[in-house]
Design a protein around this ligand. Sequence first.
Ligand code: B12
Ligand code: SF4
Length: 568
Amino acid sequence: LRKATDIAFIVRVEPRSDSGDPAIYKPLRLQIDGQEANLPFLRQYVGNERSLGFSRRLAEQNRYFGGSPVLTPYLLKDYFEAHGISFEVIPCLTSGWDRLRQLGASGVAVVAISTTWARGVEAAPVFREAAKKIKEELPGVVVVAGGIAVEKGIYSRRLASEGPLSVSEDALSEMYLGIDGKKDKDFDCLVFGSNSEGTLRQIIERVREGKDFRDLPNLALPRSDGYQINKTAEVEGAMQTTAVNWRKYYREMFPLWTPVFSSVGCPFHCEFCDFFPLFKCKHRSEANLISELKTLKCTPYPRFVFFTDDNFGTNKKRLASLLKAMIREKLGIQWYAFIRADTIDKEIAEQLREAGCRELLLGIESGDQTILANMNKRLDPDEASKAVTYLDQAGISTFCTFLVGFPGETQKSIDKTVQWISNMPAGVSARAYHRYYLFRLMVAPLSPISQKAQRERYGLRGLQENWSHNTMNSDEAQHAMKDMFVRITGPTHVYHEPPMSDWPAEVTREIMETREKAQRRFCQGDPTGQAVQDELLQKVREANSKYAFSPLTRMGLRLYYRLKGISL
Ligand code: B12
Ligand code: SF4
């Protein structure tokens, strides 16, 4: 009964692309020859770059936010293979049909579609279309789906059982799976719950034995009249057992960031967030995590790690202990992570730097206390300012994100946010630089703010990108963002680019500041913007020659990477 391949795993159905409306975000970033002027692009554009060629690769990769590969296929491959289950990854179905057909021809038991990395918010029809075609082309194969758009579908059922939802079932079934069984009929089942990969393993074991799997817990089975939702049960999954062996994959990662997770879940309940309810807060064991990070030790420099945790600092005691272990093990990695600003004090900032942390993504959201209270963010703007200063002094850069247009937002609260951002330290330590990112509010259907009582409280209407409430609407928020960009002084807006550079931080910062100045002038219709852009290109040209490797070092390094099997 055993097939040649147990699982064909589809990471994405459609190719990766950047999200967000270009009309909103384009004015916040300089464009040259129709392309975003990010650092790798600029280094290539001026023409005299003599690095190792990383930036060419990075310019290509960083067209999309967070150009590094996602963790899902690596974690699951190592998990299943450790259990003797053969696991073939199809990074994107659009370009992966031939591979899937080949696997089908030699025999595949289960095709698993992951829904975490979907391209748009209304992705469910895309998954259904894929399942239908797979069933047609590979008859007899079991087609299952799991990941975030399944978790959200199941969670919306739970929410609906607690009270009426503000979004219709029809609208939800365009976004998530698990709502309408008739529409999802081409899936044999959906797998849900934390450690859903553990349930997928049980499915494979049943299929191999020729037994029915449909009574297993944690499954949702589509029916013509709805869904059969099986009971839930704890299963053991990758979190408890797997340490990804990055030695096997470093050629694919290099010189991007290796995605590693240390925890899932977040104990906070921000009103705009729709993923904290999905999973209970759980941490990997320190020993397991360190053993994974050690597998990076034999890989070539640079070794960048990005922690995918929703919140890297959910438990301060555990964080302190983990940082100590990272320092003790001399891992030689540079890393960044999402964390809450209120986790940071002077001591933690210093430990973070010593443990290899070079940048932190902080969701500050607003400089106005009332808006933060409306968001249930449980953060004080002054406390958040102090955190950035501690990080700056320790030599850790920040990527501070803000949400524009939350209910209650007015010109006054926007002014406070502009002030807060403008007051960010301009690199006191000269080892760090600070960037900000303005997001326009997105009303996520399952977030607390989208529920009936809150909608009534704030007069909130609409969903996702189009909304209005008592104090603002989505168009006004878009105008406000451009206005904020022009008024903010000091830190620079985030581009799609790596957070780390092989140039000294103060040089990178100066280049970013000049770029910002040029774009601010362009936004104001000021013709001197062109002169500032020329100044920018000159600065990049100078940095390219000043920090280029000598021909001998370049030759040596190229040889080293060739021996490691890496083409630059
Ligand atoms: C890290 C992260 C990022 C990083 C990614 C960096 C990187 N290269 O890894 C950055 C910051 C760049 C990012 C960007 C974006 N992200 Co993001 N991100 C996350 C985050 C916090 C963690 C994702 C992760 O890596 N998890 C670890 C992996 C291993 O988990 P997983 O894929 O869920 O897999 C587990 C299970 O689900 C299961 N599983 C997965 N697939 C399958 C399939 C089957 C069949 C089974 C049985 C099980 C199974 O197995 C795994 C182990 O348990 C999530 C929030 C969250 N907690 O999920 C949001 C999240 C994935 N992002 C989201 C979004 C919307 C985005 C952006 C579009 C945001 C934007 N506006 O720009 C961009 C798009 C990125 C792109 N172009 O693809 C959404 C996706 C929504 C959805 N699918 O419904 C999420 C869920 C957050 C949210 N708001 O709900 N993101
Ligand atoms: S926004 Fe961040 S801190 Fe708030 S609930 Fe979501 S993950 Fe947690």
